[in-house]
Design a protein around this ligand. Structure first.
Ligand SMILES: [Zn+2]
Length: 104
């Protein structure tokens, strides 16, 4: 899937890996690297150093970008992540589900 297909605000589902099946909202698309940052997904633990002496450092979980090839747009009709195709309708390009043909 090309980065042109996914937009900020879309709901996507992870197709492979630890988080397989989970879905979330797209926060950012990195077109040059083909990565997508999804809200609450692909969390990685990060240590935060204490800002002042005497304070304790913290461990927080932050969302890290995922490869677009591991994602599919979430189809509300199919209730799962599906591959999509881009169809031209009256000079307008719309994204539709490859299974149910409903637009996203
Ligand atoms: Zn569908």
């Amino acid at each position: 899937m090309s980065t042109k297909i996914i937009k900020k605000g879309d709901t996507v589902q992870i197709l492979t890996g630890e988080d397989k099946g989970k879905s979330g909202k797209v926060l950012k698309v990195f077109r040059t690297t083909g990565l997508v940052l999804v809200e609450g997904l692909n969390l990685k633990k990060r240590r935060i150093r204490p800002k002042r002496a005497g304070e304790k450092g913290q461990t927080v979980e932050v969302a890290t970008p995922l490869a677009i090839s591991n994602l599919a747009l979430f189809c509300k009709t199919c209730k799962r992540g599906k591959r999509i195709k881009v169809q031209a309708v009256k000079d307008k390009k719309i994204r539709v589900c490859t299974k149910c043909s409903n637009p996203f």
